[in-house]
Design a protein around this ligand. Structure first.
Ligand code: SF4
Ligand code: SF4
Ligand code: FES
Length: 260
């Protein structure tokens, strides 16, 4: 006699209202089978099955990178990955979320990058120079970043270009989790962006002026006046403030420039 398939009973998470009549499909969470409305993302499916997030969930909008997930479709050898808040469930998905991925986070002071940034970078992240060019990092990146390419730019000392190429990284850790050379790509990329911001990008002249004004106490009287207002008065002021139009021309200025 064939054994009857047992579907675990569902408990409903408080974050999700599935559309009425949505078809339910089997998904495996923590090794157990659940029937979940097919329209949900992995993140919502996990909550729908009754689990509560204490880690591995942040913005819910594909920005914070907290929700990296690995999965296989039952019967397939292919290991897939993505962001749980952006990936919609599929039938027979066997999934495991990464609460975080342990990466190499060396201590460094930014001053060491002042003279020869590339040489100092090499000392901090020597493993970057062991990249074997397999391209796995680029294939798994949910942000479609050419990770292998920014690693190659780092190797060549083109740090500015590497910083720009890695700019959309959400620090999910998926690239590092698959790298055969054990490189923590996204951490190295963050260092390169720091170097770029500190030493390779020209200083903004208007920022220098603004710093001087702040130090001179120019804004103290405005701040004092704001501190005296009640919460309701502050809200009113905020709601009624002059806003920059969505499609403003470059150089747009508010009518009242007394506080600038
Ligand atoms: S570069 Fe790595 S850490 Fe950044 S988004 Fe892509 S896979 Fe995630
Ligand atoms: S996964 Fe690692 S070794 Fe492979 S290309 Fe990316 S950085 Fe290089
Ligand atoms: S929860 Fe922030 S990217 Fe998914």
């Amino acid at each position: 006699m064939s054994k009857k398939k047992i579907i675990k009973p569902l408990s409903v998470g408080d974050k999700t209202i599935p559309p009425e009549g949505a078809k339910k499909i089997p998904v495996y969470i923590m090794g157990k089978e659940y029937l979940i409305p097919e329209t949900l993302t992995i993140l919502k499916a996990i909550e729908y099955a009754g689990y509560k997030y204490t880690r591995g969930c942040g913005c819910r909008g594909g920005i914070c990178g907290a929700c990296a997930v690995y999965y296989r479709i039952k019967g397939s050898y292919k290991l897939k990955s993505g962001l749980a808040c952006q990936t919609v469930i599929e039938p027979d998905m066997i999934l495991a979320q990464l609460p975080f991925f342990p990466v190499n986070r060396p201590d460094y002071k930014m001053d060491v990058f002042k003279e020869d940034a590339h040489a100092a970078f090499r000392k901090i992240y020597p493993e970057v120079f062991k990249c074997v060019g397999c391209g796995t990092c680029t294939r798994v990146c949910p942000m479609d970043i050419d990770v292998m390419d920014y690693i190659a730019l780092m190797k060549r000392g083109e740090l500015k270009k590497a910083a720009e190429k890695s700019f959309d990284c959400v620090m999910c850790g998926l690239c590092a989790s698959r790298c055969p050379a054990q490189i923590s790509q996204f951490m190295a990329a963050m260092l390169v962006r720091r170097i770029n911001g500190r030493y390779l990008t020209p200083r903004a002249e208007h920022l220098k002026k603004r710093k001087k004004e702040v130090k001179s106490g120019k804004y103290e009287k405005f701040l004092k006046a704001l501190r005296k207002l009640s919460q309701d008065e502050l809200k009113k002021l905020y709601i009624e403030r002059e806003r920059e139009p969505d499609l403003s021309e470059p150089g747009w200025m508010p009518e009242d420039t007394t506080r600038l």
